[in-house]
Each structure stands twice: as C-alpha cells, then as structure tokens.
Design a protein around this ligand. Sequence first.
Ligand code: NAD
Length: 253
Amino acid sequence: MINLPNHIIESAATRIRESSRIVALTGAGISTPSDIPDFRSAESGLWDSANPMIVASLWGFRLNPKAFYDWIYPLAELVMNAEPNAAHLALSHLESLNKLDCIITQNIDMLHQKAGSQTVFELHGHLRTATCMKCKELFEAESYIRQFLQDKAVPRCDCGKKGVLKPDVILFGESLPQDIYRQAEQAAIDCDLMIVVGSSLNVAPANELPTLARESGAGIMSINLEPTFIDKMADIAIIGDAAEILPEVVKKL
Ligand code: NAD
C-alpha cells in the first residue's frame, strides 16, 4: 500500500491515457529497489573509495586500469546479480501496451532489457560488451566480468598485444555514443509526454532532454525520491519510490 493520495495516481494514469507518444528517461534511482545504489547514496561507498573523476576517466583507465577495476568491482558485482524491480517491469508493460515509444536511460545495469523492454537508448553505455584497448575487438562481457569478480584480475584480450578490455561504459572524458544520443534527442522532440524516473538530473547532457521535450510541446511527469529542477516545469511531480508508484499508475490504465 503506497502512502500517496489516490487522486495523484489517478491523474498520472489519466495523463498517460491521454498521451500517445511517451518516452521515459531513467536514472540510477529506478534501480535502487534492485539493490544497486545510486551514486549519490551515502552508503554506496562508490564515490568514497577513490576519486571517480580520476579512476573512472578515460585517461585514468589508460594509465591505471587496475584502479578502475578495483573501483567498479562492487558495482559490477551488484549489477551482475541484480533483477529488475516493479518499476522496470511497469515500464516494460507500458511498452507492451504500445504506450511507451522508448526508454532513454543513464544506467549501465541492463535491467530495462532484463525486464523485457525492447527500445532502450543507453546513453552511458552498459556492461554487456567490452572492447580491447589495443586491437579494438568487441567481446561479450559477461564471462570476463564473472571471471574478474572471482580473481579480481584486470581482463585482457587474447590479441598479440594482450590489450586491456574496457567495458563499454562511458567514462568521464569520453563522448557519448553519438548515434544513440541523437535518437534520444529525436525521441524527446517527438514525444508528447516524458516520464522522468529516479534521476537527480545533475549529469549533462542527459539532463537537457526533459527541457528539450518540454520546449517541443511535451508534458513532463517526474517520479523521484527528492525534488529536482524539472519539477517546476512538470505537469505532475511525484515525490516517492518509483517501484511503488509506477506499478500503481500502470495498473489504473
Ligand atoms: P543520481 O544518483 O544522481 O540520482 C538518483 C536520483 O534518484 C536521486 O535524486 C534519488 O533521490 C532518486 N531515487 C533513488 N531511489 C529512488 C527510488 N526508489 N524511486 C525514485 N527515485 C529514487 O543518478 P543519475 O541522475 O542517474 O546520475 C548518476 C550517474 O551515475 C548516471 O550517469 C548513471 O550512469 C550512473 N549510475 C548508474 C547506476 C546504474 O546503472 N544502476 C548506478 C549508479 C550510478
């Protein structure tokens, strides 16, 4: 039972019913109920163990891949064992109802696909594949990551130069995948409702997409544990847990 007046859930459902081109923009907060902490959570430790601007930057990775792998170990372990939660499943259901055109996500955890979502633009990459820093060959990452979780050794390619394998996540200083970002921008321009879920909207350029959608005539619905800048331009801004709220809203459709 969620602690939210029924009329708020009803008006969110009505807004979805009245919309035909819906896009969701998701952030780390949608995956906290799957036990993957967002980066702002004090208890995650991910920001504390090392300076991510250094270890998780492209030049930091080139200089010291071991420091990057040590830093990402706890997140990789959680991601590899995580299951989608009710919020991921609700968005997947919305797509199967032909209500949701696509999900634009800042997450690297692949939980939207695990929940069954088909059209997902991963702005910051994912842990599904890894690329050799020397020969540039692309590999399915799962077996390498599972091996790394056991032996903590930096995964390397079998190529002559034994290049380090870099998971295909976007590091600081690395540009976003241009084709994916372009498709995300187009989706923001074309949609008539953008649902923003679990993002502090502190990271550019993903945080520009709701404003782009708004300027292009879309409504904005925000579901987040805390207020964000988008609430001021939102038609509906709900403060609460996405894994409780989204399924209730979708149930009313
Ligand atoms: P963020 O950590 O900056 O913000 C998360 C927001 O979600 C916060 O405002 C928080 O209050 C809210 N939140 C937390 N739990 C929630 C819940 N159950 N329901 C609703 N809201 C909830 O995350 P961000 O905006 O995505 O930006 C952080 C960056 O970190 C992104 O680039 C992302 O790639 C990366 N990241 C990804 C993962 C992941 O893949 N799961 C995890 C950590 C960080």
